[in-house]
Design a protein around this ligand. Sequence first.
Ligand SMILES: NC(=O)c1ccc[n+]([C@@H]2O[C@H](COP(=O)([O-])OP(=O)(O)OC[C@H]3O[C@@H](n4cnc5c(N)ncnc54)[C@H](O)[C@@H]3O)[C@@H](O)[C@H]2O)c1
Length: 408
Amino acid sequence: MSVDVLTGSTAVDAAHAEELRRKLRDRDWVAAVYGLGYVGLQLAVTIAARGIKVIGVDISAERIASLQAGRSHVEDVSPERLQSHVRGGQLRFTADAAEAREADVVFIAVPTPLDQLGQPDTSYIKTAVRSAAATARPGQLIALESTTYPGTTRELVATILTESGLVVGRDLFLVYSPERINPGDRTFDTATIPKLVGGLDETSTELGMLAYSAFVGRVHKVSSPDVAEMSKLFENIFRAANIALVNEMAMLCDDLGMRAAGSSHTSLMDLAIEVNAGMPAYVVSRLARGLARRERALQGARILILGVAYKANTADTRETPALTIIELLRAKGAIVTYHDPHVPSLPAAGLKSEALDEALLRSMDAVVLVADHSLIDLALVARSSKYVLDTRAALRRAGISERHIESI
Ligand SMILES: NC(=O)c1ccc[n+]([C@@H]2O[C@H](COP(=O)([O-])OP(=O)(O)OC[C@H]3O[C@@H](n4cnc5c(N)ncnc54)[C@H](O)[C@@H]3O)[C@@H](O)[C@H]2O)c1
């Protein structure tokens, strides 16, 4: 047995890393993906497309049954693409996490919804990592993809993995690589968005780089999981601050007399959240003003919301401003309906999508465009509506400008 004088590690200690390194280099490895939602399913299909065997694991038996039947719940993954990998034997689905034992690399892409304090809820990560730990075997690499706060990989994930009795950095390897997918983006996808990989130790980072390089075009190494987590947080704050800046400018341009929001004691992030959270109320106040000019009140007005997803060309309604707008409108006595080609029903508002046609538009006092899906017929909307409040300036960008159309 040879001993490295600097680290005290032995050749036996390095055996699991060497075995995994060989498999990754030879592209002779098996992946497991925990969580087959928007992120996990695209990850699974992208890896399978490289000829690597993938086991997709989800706690939802219903989701597994549907995927096994070849149905995709993710718009960016076509049923044909899904079925071809299943038929080809690269991809299979299971609700039994024990089957992931076969995997050499376990990707974790479970949800981290924001809790009431606006912090990511890590309970799904805990459950998924516990089940990965229960079935872990020496020589596996665990890669956390979920969005979370800095320190999660080192403090939470590594601690739970240690409970398996395996030593992280010797028997098991651990990296954080934040998911950066941008729903509705037709240019960049899982394989082409540059990825960051930060491991708990050097060997983990090196193995993580090898694994991700098998299916992602550009992979950047960072010095630790904490750096990768901080980069994701920075990206989210950067986006929120940019959106807040544009929102605030829109409100200032509308009413140059208003005071800029904020105080010197508020952090930039809190301020950005505050400005963005205030947008639905601003939309409703603009709508009330527009209706008043047409001698209508919100009370009793029939309002059609166009697009209830949180952004264009997606079906995702989590964090959508449309729900708050609907609640605020209802509180003022308006009668609200919606049309969204990607969202057939909105249970949180007890509504179903209405078919968009001339009769529907003519029966409305106002139409509020919230998500500018390319499937929405803007010419029809412009032609058949009495009054349109366009929160995305979609009509203006399409070259349609008429007196009864206002943009925010
Ligand atoms: N959706 C996006 O655009 C996006 C972009 C970047 C990052 N992210 C992050 O990626 C992560 C996943 O997001 P998503 O949008 O794919 O979530 P999702 O809600 O669409 O899907 C999550 C899936 O995980 C499954 N799941 C929950 N607990 C599990 C467990 N213990 N074992 C196995 N499966 C489990 C759920 O049943 C569900 O199918 C989140 O942290 C999110 O913040 C999402």
